[in-house]
Structures are given as C-alpha cells and as structure tokens.
Design a binder for this molecule. Structure first.
Ligand code: WT7
Length: 642
C-alpha cells in the first residue's frame, strides 16, 4: 500500500490511492457519462446483480410524472437473493458474524443462516403469516433479527422492524399504523453489562394494540420466559421445523419488502415502504460501487438494524453480494473503549462504516485505543448520517485508516433506501467535509428559494430531479407527499429537506435539515413530536424543542419549558424526561431541560424557535425587537447550560 496523505489543506481534493483504485469494484472514470448516456438502461447494471425468477422487461418504465416502475415484469425473492443463490459457491463461508456483549459471540455460515431462516419461515407460516402480512420485529442486535427479516421476505410478508430502544407506546403506534398482527421479540438483552428487559415493553404494546397479535419470543438471556396465550417460543418454533425448506414466494419488483418508520414533520411517525426489486438492486449496487464490498470481504456497518442504515448495509446489501457481515450488540465503550478496534482486528474487517457522531466520540476517547490493535485489514472507511467535519475526517483516516484508506461520506435517508450522493472510492477524489457528487444515474441539483439552481458555494436546498431504483412505493406511485414531491415546469422533483451547497465540480456539502427535525447521533427526531409529548406532562404550560450543537452527538436536544404556576421544577424535569422516554425512548431524552417563565414569542404569538436555537448555541442574537417579550432573552441565556 502506498500512502498519499500529503495534502492537508482543509477541503482540498485527495485522489483515491492507486492501490485502491486498481482493485476497486468500480474504477472506470467514464462511468458518470456512461450512466448519463444510457439512462435508464444503465440501471440494468444494478438489476443484474440480482437473481430474478422472472426477468424484468426493462430497467425503468415511466414518463415525467409518476407512476414510475422499476424493473417492471420482474419477479424475485429477497431471501433467495441473500441466501439460496450463494449456497453452491459458499455454503460454508460465514454470512454473519455476531458479537454479543456479555453474551459471547456466534457466527452463521450461509448454509446455517439458510437453515435458520427456513425453519423460522416454516414456523411463521404455521402461525398464519401469509404473503403481504406485516410482521413487526422488535429485537436488539442479535442474529435472529436478520434471520426474522429474511424469513418474512421468504414468505413474501412485509417486515416492520422497530428499534429495540423504542418504548412500548412507540412500538404499539407503529404496529397499529402498519396493521400488524404478528410480533417477533425477545425476553431482554445486555447493554453496558446490564440486562435490559424487552418483553414487558412488548407485552404492554400488545395490550395497547387493537387487534389480536401473535408474539414469538426469543429467550435470548436464557433464563426462561413465561409465555401466555398467543405467545410462542422462538426456539421451539425453530426446533419443530428443523430441516424444513420453505418454497420462496416470488414477488413483483414493486411489491413491498418492508416498512420502516421515520419522523415526519407532523409529529407523527411516517411509514416508508420499500420495494423488493428496486430497493434490493439499488442497495446491492451501492454496496458494490460505493462500499466496494466483495464476497470474500468482511464488512462491518456499525449501525443498528432498527434504522434504515442497518437494513440496507448490515443486512440486504452485504448478504445480496454474498459477503460476511458483522453484527455487534452493545456499545463501543464497553467493556473498554477499544471494543470496536479489537473486533476489527479479531475478524480482519475490510470495510468499516459508521456515523460521524461515533467518530467524534472516538476522538475524545483518544488514539491510544485504536493504536493498541492491528487495523491493517481495513481497506475502506465510510460515514453516514450527518455531515462530517474535516477534523473528524482526518482523525478517522489517520487513526483508523492508517493514513491510507479512502473514506466515503455517503448521503442518503430512510426515504431514499440507499446511497444517492457520495464519491465512488475507486474513481473520485475525496474532499473532506463534502459528501460528493450525485452517484452515476442519480440526478440532483442545489436550488434556491425559487427552485432555480444556485451558484456554486451558495446555500440552497438539495433536490432530486429523477427517479431512482430504491425510491419508496409512495413516491413511485405518485401518492401525495405534500410539498416534498412535486411536478413542476421542469418535471418531477423530490425534496429531501436538506440544506446544501454545491461546488463547481458538482460536490455537495450538506448543511443540516430544513424541516423541523433534529438529527441526534445520526438519528432523526421531530421537534413537534417531542414538544407534543412534553406539553402533555401535567405542570407544563408550553414547550419548545431545539437542536444545540454538541461535541459528540452533532446535535443535542434542548427543551425549553414554561411550567404552570406553582409547579416544582426538579420534579417536573424528571417527569419531562420520563415522558419522552415513554413516548419515544431514551435516545430522545433531552440533554437539557431549561425552565423559563415564558418562551420568546413574536407579536402574533408564534414561538421563535430560531432565537432559542441561537441561545442554545450561545450565538449572537442580533435584533430581538420583533419579540413581544424581549425581556425574556437575558433570562433564557442565563438559564441555558453552555
Ligand atoms: C438525514 C436522513 C441514511 C442514513 C441515516 C439517517 C442526514 C444522512 C448524511 C451525510 C450529511 C447526512 C440528512 C438526511 N444525513 N447522511 N453523509 N452528510 N447529512 O437516516 O434518519 O432517514 O436521516 O440524515 O439530513 O436527510 P435518516
């Protein structure tokens, strides 16, 4: 390997090292023009990474407006693509390496995972799961989670994975909305050495859901679980169907593979449904072209499967390509702060993919932790979820990537299903701080308030101007998405609601969201959802939630709360935190709950969130004369912890 870390001018382009380009899955510098020339047929390159039970007629069918059809006529099964088709060549290769925390580790070869998935699919079918049914999966990072996803896929059922850290209420709401009559969960799991109960949250959700629900419970902690009426033991189900081979259900390319919920602007979770053909093709293609994953690799995407990143790049992308994927439970700092580096060393990980928030935590913990381990197996590093600053970028490359590994900064979202903006690591120069260009075949612009492209360097908003294979069903069908998907004079557009700048080479730098969302540690929460939870707490008169810059998590949640007269503050603070934990989960509990006699308001009575954001970030407030209650500003500043 040859180093090329010479250029340290912040933001300056760094060419991909030649040792990397020469072996990269995609290294043809003409790929952008080729995709442009051949659009939409260029997407056959993605479609042809999959095995189709019935071939598709064409990569794309559609005009300037929806409906858009990806791989029409094609029929396929996602579990066949992730398992069956790899058996002839790699049945004894590891598909999945699992690292528990207190609970040891385990790995599954492709054959073992195939067997587990088939036995579980047979069990679920016995319980009545049929094609098109929605199965909710509420599991932490255990191997049974991807197994359950693939078992659903095998039956043509739609999985609905709910992040294990979400509360019973959040789970119940997502089950109701998805009209899901099946739930797969577990007794509990370990986190930082503590056993966390999971089943009682599932029990409460089941009681709250307005229909009969069959529940499959994995006894993960191995302490025995009490199973009442309507409950089934995961292991018994598997054992009863050991050796079963379940015929896979072929699905149309546009049929749903899964549902996932993300924060909407209305304060309610928004369901996003991804397709079987378009999604899987897009995920497999980007896993190959951007993450450079090959079958002989060990790939580690450190995201939780409860979020889209885990769906796409822990489960579907790597398994579709027949690689070894690493799944790790627990946290990066337990039992020691070198846990990740120890595991990279132990499993000779080739590609490592994580969020900038994690990288900033590693920086804080110090380079001595990675230095204790041999990380030379790494070939490529990736980041996702939020902008990465240059300092963190260089730290990542120097201390994890040995000063040599290329880094891909991948921009995408729950709605896009797979990566849309990044560099191709074997082709493009990297610019620390900028994510990269729209990938080949993806067309996007940065536009100003009137929707016209703006000059390089000016702040605007990203807009995607052509359909992409991983688009969700609602965008493909033309279901109303409010202002986010429009057909204007120049045709169809999708607004991801991300502020951005673009440079004269087409590299996009992301500047945060334009909607009422805060992105904490790469996870998106709606301020409205949090506010409505907080104002529901007895004793709270009014509340406003803003994001404050945070050294580690990028953004932290600050809740400004105006209590009702006579409310006891210490007590109220606890109740606010508990309410958020119950409604959403501990991940969304505010970093700071600031009490104030009043919130800053305009003369028409609107809460000035922008001003609160500036207060939370200790920024210059400028002119506050538009406020009805300017006297509150000093009060807010003195009470805000910064
Ligand atoms: C939002 C999507 C898809 C992965 C995880 C989050 C922000 C995502 C980047 C990046 C700057 C990024 C955007 C996006 N985001 N990746 N590389 N650089 N910002 O999924 O919860 O759907 O959030 O995360 O604001 O819209 P999500």
């Amino acid at each position: 390997m040859t180093g090329d870390g010479a250029d340290r001018t912040p933001g300056a382009a760094i060419d991909p090292p030649s040792w990397f380009s020469s072996g990269a899955a995609v290294s043809d510098p003409g790929i952008d023009e080729q995709f442009e020339r051949e659009w939409p047929d260029c997407w056959e390159r993605a479609g042809d990474l999959l095995d189709w039970e019935r071939p598709y007629e064409t990569a794309f069918r559609g005009g300037d407006t929806p409906p858009f059809e990806w791989f029409p006529g094609g029929r396929l099964n996602a579990s066949v693509n992730c398992l069956d088709r790899h058996l002839p060549e790699r049945k004894n290769q590891r598909a999945l390496v699992w690292e528990g925390q207190l609970d040891g580790g385990r790995s599954y070869t492709y054959l073992e995972l195939y067997r587990e998935v088939n036995a579980l699919a047979a069990g679920l079918r016995d319980l009545g799961v049929e094609e098109g049914d929605v199965v909710t999966i509420y599991l932490p990072m255990v191997p049974e989670l991807p197994a359950a996803m693939l078992a659903c896929a095998r039956l043509g059922a739609v999985h609905n994975v709910v992040f294990a850290g979400f509360s019973a209420d959040a789970l119940a709401e997502r089950m109701e909305r998805a009209d899901s009559g099946f739930l797969v969960t577990c007794d509990g799991y370990y986190r930082r050495g503590d056993a966390i109960a999971q089943k009682n949250k599932a029990d409460n959700a089941r009681l709250a859901v307005d229909r009969d629900v069959d529940v499959v419970v994995l006894d993960h902690l191995g302490q025995g679980v009490h199973l009442g009426e309507g409950y089934h033991d995961y292991c018994e189900l598997i054992d009863a169907h050991e050796g079963a081979e379940v015929e896979s259900v072929a699905r149309d390319a546009a049929d749903p593979l899964f549902r996932i919920y993300t924060s909407g602007t209305t304060g309610e979770p928004r369901g996003v449904t991804h397709t079987t053909g378009g999604y899987l093709a897009h995920v497999a293609w980007t896993a190959q072209s951007v993450l450079d994953i090959r079958p002989e690799d060990t790939h580690w995407c450190a995201a939780d499967i409860g979020w889209i990143t885990g769906h796409s790049y822990v489960v579907y992308g790597p398994l579709a390509l027949g690689t070894t994927t690493v799944l790790s439970a627990g946290t990066a700092d337990h039992p020691e702060r070198d846990r990740l580096w120890k595991l990279i060393d132990r499993h000779a990980v080739d590609v490592f993919y994580t969020a900038p928030t994690a990288i900033r935590a590693f920086m804080k913990w110090g380079a001595e932790h990675p230095e204790r381990h041999d990380l030379s197996s790494l070939r490529l590093l990736g980041t996702v979820g939020e902008p990465i600053d240059e300092r963190a970028w260089h730290w990542y490359r120097d201390h994890i990537g040995g000063g040599e590994c290329p880094i891909v900064d991948t921009w995408w979202q729950t709605e896009t299903g797979a990566i849309l903006v990044s560099t191709l690591p074997g082709v493009d120069a990297m610019k620390p701080g900028a994510a990269g260009k729209p990938l080949p075949g993806i067309e996007a612009e940065v536009v100003g308030p009137t929707g016209e492209p703006i000059d390089p360097g000016e702040r605007g908003e990203l807009v995607i101007t052509r359909p992409w294979p991983g688009m969700p069903t609602a965008l493909a069908d033309g279901t109303d998405w409010g202002e986010r998907a429009t057909t204007e004079r120049d045709g169809w557009r999708y607004y991801p609601e991300d502020a951005a700048t673009i440079d004269d080479e087409g590299y996009v730098t992301f500047l945060g969201r334009t909607d009422e969302a805060v992105n904490v540690a790469g996870r998106r929460f709606s301020t409205m959802e949090l506010e409505s939870t907080i104002v529901g707490v007895p004793g709270v008169a009014e509340a406003a939630v803003v994001g404050a810059d945070h050294e580690t998590t990028g953004t932290a949640i600050y809740a400004y709360v105006a209590p009702e007269h006579g409310a006891e503050e210490a007590d109220l603070r606890e109740r606010v935190r508990d309410a958020v934990e119950d409604a959403v989960g501990s991940v969304a509990v505010p970093e700071a709950v600031v009490f104030t006699p009043d919130l800053p308001k305009t003369r028409s009575g609107k809460i000035m969130r922008r001003l609160l954001e500036d207060v939370a970030n200790d920024e210059d407030l400028g002119d506050t004369s538009a406020l009805r209650n300017p006297e509150i500003v000093g009060e807010l500043q003195s009470r805000t912890p910064n």
